[in-house]
Design a protein around this ligand. Structure first.
Ligand code: MTE
Ligand code: MO
Length: 185
């Protein structure tokens, strides 16, 4: 497979870490993933609940808005579509806000959560997620710029209206599709 590069991007070998601030420590026993908002069946999943859901693998390139792209990463976890089946969002849900445990947020169009390569990943290239890449769980949306792939994921909030996340409030695009170069709005 020849990887394809979105406009204005260049390939690099490995991920560059970006964090808005220090990340609180976590014991997996205390891990909870809250799935809440405009859904019929809200959830608070423990680590073992997450692992009991159908598991999937996704191979995808990763595109950062700063201009670098990393080819061919292998993520493993639970597909966004599996989460949607579980919580049954109301028909008019249009946005999902992903929350990181250090307070990071990002808004993702609901339709992108259903992409076949969108995954809540606990493993990268066959190993548990390294701490700096989001341990223990990360939302990975390969079809959007990397700031939409929230690390240290602790909640997904299903919304009818747009609530901007950390970078979106600072001028980054609400959708962020690298193929349309949606870097800023
Ligand atoms: N929780 C959280 N997720 C985050 C960020 C963050 O600061 N906190 N930074 C985002 C940005 S701006 C980028 S470019 C990618 C970087 O991913 P990496 O650190 O795994 O390379 O993570 C995104 N997800
Ligand atoms: Mo970024």
């Amino acid at each position: 497979m020849i990887p394809k590069l979105p406009p204005g991007q260049r390939w690099i070998e490995g991920l560059i870490v970006y964090d808005i601030g220090p990340v609180p420590p976590l014991d997996l026993q205390n891990f909870r993933l809250r799935l809440f908002g405009a859904v019929a069946n809200p959830q608070e999943l423990r680590w073992e609940d997450l692992l009991a859901l159908p598991q999937a693998q996704v191979r995808a390139d990763f595109h950062c808005v700063e201009g670098w792209s990393v080819p061919d990463l292998l993520w493993e976890g639970v597909l966004g579509a599996t989460i949607v089946d579980l919580v049954r969002p109301e028909p008019d849900v249009a946005w999902v806000v992903a929350h990181g445990r250090e307070g990071y947020t990002t808004n993702v169009p609901f339709s992108y959560l259903l992409r076949p390569d969108t995954i809540l990943a606990h493993s990268l290239n066959g190993k548990p997620l390294p701490l700096e890449h989001g341990w223990p769980l990360r939302l990975v949306v390969p079809s959007l710029y990397a700031w939409k792939s929230a690390k240290y994921l602790v909640a997904l909030e299903f919304r009818r209206d747009l609530r901007r996340g950390y970078w979106e409030e600072r001028g980054y695009h609400d959708v962020g599709d690298p193929w349309r170069e949606e870097r800023r709005r």
